[in-house]
Design a protein around this ligand. Structure first.
Ligand code: AR6
Length: 175
């Protein structure tokens, strides 16, 4: 059984096997959590991202790739590209679910036991926070039910006040 945890803080400080980055398809870094992860992890992460770009030309929305965590406490970073919110009728929910599922699948394939997610797409990409949290919680729960031996712990790390409130209320209701 996988334990799901909701907490508030900075994902770059998490001592887990992998933290997830809300990246963009260039994999070359950006603002928000992406900027924080590259700053804290150092140049080894960007170097690994460049190698992936050279091989496969970036990362499509909904897909995920894995790199070293560089100087981070977490040995791995899983980079996934969330959808840009565009009103909700452009496949945003399915693409956001893909981000969580494909990240968990990569963790499983690498034998990882703990993973921490930020609130993907809910910053610069503008996804409404309550809707995004529902997708995140449902997708992670479903994946863990299908793969009960895969992961020991999944953390939802909320950075901003609004996400923290949303996750606390949703986690209570649906636990
Ligand atoms: N730890 C945890 N969560 C954080 C941190 C942190 N240190 N910093 C911010 N957040 P965003 P997106 C939260 O904008 O919406 C980048 O430029 C933040 O409160 O980082 O998926 C990429 O390169 C929010 O809830 O990612 C892309 O171009 C959440 O992280 C684009 O932004 C996601 O906000 C991706 O946009």
């Amino acid at each position: 059984m996988t334990q799901l945890h909701v907490l508030r803080g900075d994902i770059t400080k998490m001592e887990v096997n992998a933290i997830v980055n809300a990246a963009n398809s260039s994999l070359l870094g950006g603002g928000g959590v992406d900027g924080a992860i590259h700053r804290a992890g150092g140049p080894a992460i960007l170097e690994a991202c460049r190698a992936i770009r050279a091989r496969q030309g970036g990362c499509a929305t909904g897909k995920a790739v894995i790199t070293t965590g560089g100087k981070l406490p977490a040995p791995y970073v899983i980079h996934t590209v969330g959808p840009v919110w565009n009103g909700g009728r452009h496949n945003e929910a399915a693409l956001l679910a893909d981000c969580y599922r494909n990240s968990l699948q990569l963790a499983l394939e690498h034998g990882l036991k703990s993973i921490a997610f930020p609130n993907i797409s809910t910053g610069i990409y503008g996804y409404p926070k309550a809707e995004a949290a529902e997708v995140a919680l449902r997708t992670v729960r479903d994946f863990c039910a299908e793969h009960p031996e895969a992961l020991e712990a999944v953390y939802f790390v909320c950075f901003d006040e609004e996400n923290w409130r949303v996750y606390q209320s949703l986690a209570c209701i649906t636990n």
